[in-house]
Design a protein around this ligand. Structure first.
Ligand SMILES: NC(=O)c1ccc[n+]([C@@H]2O[C@H](COP(=O)([O-])OP(=O)(O)OC[C@H]3O[C@@H](n4cnc5c(N)ncnc54)[C@H](O)[C@@H]3O)[C@@H](O)[C@H]2O)c1
Length: 357
C-alpha cells in the first residue's frame, strides 16, 4: 500500500508503541490521523506521548483508552474512522509474567488480536478494507543451539505461555488473510531496547537496579543468548513493511547483534559506571545469579536477509551507540522511572519476586 492517512496503533502507550508513534510524527513525516488505542495496563504510560499529543492536536492524534478484547468497541472504532492501516502492538509482553499468570496473555494476545481481526473483517465487508500489520516476536520459533538462525520459514515451536500466545495470534492473522482475503503483514522481531522500556525487562531493570544499588539478578549461568535491536530501527522496519511489504507475507527483523546475558550485563555495568564517573567494575559486586527461569530458551538469532533485500531496510544504530543512548535516556529521566515504578508494578514485583527487589 502507499502511505496511509488513517492509522490505528494498538498499544501505543507501551515501549515500542510509544517509540513508533514518535517515529511516525518525528521522522517519517506522517501527516494524517493516528488513533492510539491502549488499555493502560501497568506497562502503558499515557504521559509518554503527552507532549506529542499537544503538538499534533486532535486533527492528527487521538488517544482512546480501550481494551482490544472489547469487540464491540473495536468495531465501533473502525466504523468511526475507516482506517487504512492497523499496526498492532498491544500485548502482554513479559515472559516472566506469563509464567506466573498466563490468563491475561491468552486474553489480550489471542482474544484481543481476534477481536481486531473481526473488526477489520467487518470493515472490509462494509467496503472499507485496511491493511493489518501484526507485530510479533522471534520467540515463536523456539530455541536455537549454538549455531543457526531463525528464518521466516522456520517452523513454530513456542515454549512459554507468552510465545505460545504470540504464535497463536500470528496463526490467526495468517488465517484471516487466507480465509477472508484480509490484507495482512506480519513481523517477527528480536529483543528491542531503548527509551520508554518498562523497567522489568533486562536492560532497563539492570540500569535501575544499578542506580538504586540493588542486586543485578542473572538467570541460571547467564549464558542465554539474545539478539538486540535498537527500538527506532524496529519502528523503521515496521513502517517499511506496513507501507511496502507484500500482502500476506512475514518479515523477520533483527539487530544482528548477539549477546549472552552476562556479557551484556558486564558491558552495561561499564557504561553506567563511566557515565556516573565511577571506576570500571564498580557495579560488578552487585551481579547475583538467581535460579533459572522455567523453560528458559537458550539462544535466539534472527536472519533478517529478506527485509534487507526486498525492502532495503537496515539497522542504523549499532549496539554500543544504542546502549549508550539508552543509558543516557534512563539517567536523564529519573521522574519517568519513579512514575512507572509506583502502583501495580511495585506491588506485582513485591508479590512475585520478593527475593530480587
Ligand atoms: N519488547 C520486545 O523486545 C519485543 C520484541 C519483539 C516483539 N515485541 C512485540 O511488540 C509488541 C509491543 O511490545 P512492548 O515491548 O512495547 O510491550 P509493552 O508491554 O511495553 O506495551 C504493551 C502495551 O499494550 C497495552 N495493552 C496491553 N493489553 C492491552 C489490551 N487488552 N488492550 C489495549 N492495550 C493493551 C499496554 O497498556 C501497553 O501500553 C508486543 O506485541 C510484543 O509481543 C516486543
Amino acid at each position: 500500500m502507499s502511505h496511509p492517512e488513517k492509522i490505528l496503533v494498538t498499544g501505543g502507550c507501551g515501549f515500542i508503541g510509544t517509540n513508533f508513534v514518535r517515529y511516525l510524527f518525528e521522522e517519517a513525516g506522517f501527516d494524517g490521523l493516528l488513533v492510539n488505542v491502549d488499555k493502560l495496563t501497568y506497562s502503558g504510560n499515557p504521559k509518554n506521548l503527552a507532549d506529542l499529543a499537544a503538538k499534533a492536536g486532535e486533527k492528527h492524534y487521538r488517544f482512546e483508552k480501550l481494551d482490544i478484547t472489547d469487540q464491540a468497541a473495536m468495531a465501533a472504532l473502525f466504523d468511526r474512522h475507516g482506517f487504512d492501516l492497523v499496526v498492532h502492538f498491544a500485548a502482554e509482553s513479559h515472559v516472566d509474567r506469563s509464567i506466573v499468570g498466563p490468563g491475561e496473555f491468552i486474553q489480550t494476545n489471542i482474544v484481543g488480536t481476534f477481536s481486531l481481526l473481526e473488526a477489520a473483517r467487518q470493515a472490509k465487508a462494509k467496503g472499507r478494507p485496511c491493511r493489518f500489520h501484526h507485530v510479533s516476536t522471534d520467540e515463536v520459533y523456539g530455541s536455537l543451539g549454538p549455531t543457526g538462525k531463525f528464518l521466516e520459514t522456520t517452523p513454530y515451536d513456542p515454549r512459554s505461555p507468552y510465545s505460545a500466545s504470540k504464535a497463536s495470534s500470528d496463526h490467526l492473522v495468517r488465517a484471516y488473510a487466507h480465509t477472508y482475503g484480509l490484507d495482512v503483514t506480519v513481523s517477527n522481531c528480536s529483543n528491542n531496547y531503548g527509551p520508554y522500556q518498562f523497567p522489568e525487562k533486562l536492560i532497563p531493570l539492570m540500569i535501575c537496579h544499578m542506580l538504586e544499588g540493588k542486586p543485578l539478578p542473572v538467570y541460571g549461568d547467564g549464558k542465554n543468548v539474545r539478539d538486540w535491536l535498537y527500538v527506532r530501527d524496529h519502528c523503521d522496519a515496521v513502517w517499511a513493511i506496513a507501507c511496502r511489504g507484500k500482502s500476506g507475507e512475514t518479515y523477520n527483523i533483527g539487530g544482528e547483534s548477539e549477546w549472552c546475558n552476562i556479557e551484556l550485563l558486564r558491558h552495561l555495568c561499564d557504561i553506567v559506571a563511566a557515565r556516573l564517573g565511577k571506576p570500571a567494575g564498580a557495579f560488578e559486586p552487585l551481579i547475583t545469579y538467581v535460579p533459572d527461569r522455567p523453560g528458559h530458551d537458550r539462544r535466539y538469532a534472527i536472519d533478517c536477509t529478506r527485509i534487507k533485500r526486498e525492502l532495503g531496510w537496515k539497522q542504523s544504530v549499532d549496539f554500543q551507540h544504542g546502549l549508550e543512548k539508552t543509558v543516557d535516556w534512563y539517567l536523564g529521566n529519573a521522574a519517568w522511572i519513579k512514575d512507572v515504578q509506583t502502583g501495580e508494578y511495585r506491588a506485582w514485583i513485591t508479590r512475585n519476586y520478593a527475593d530480587r527487589t
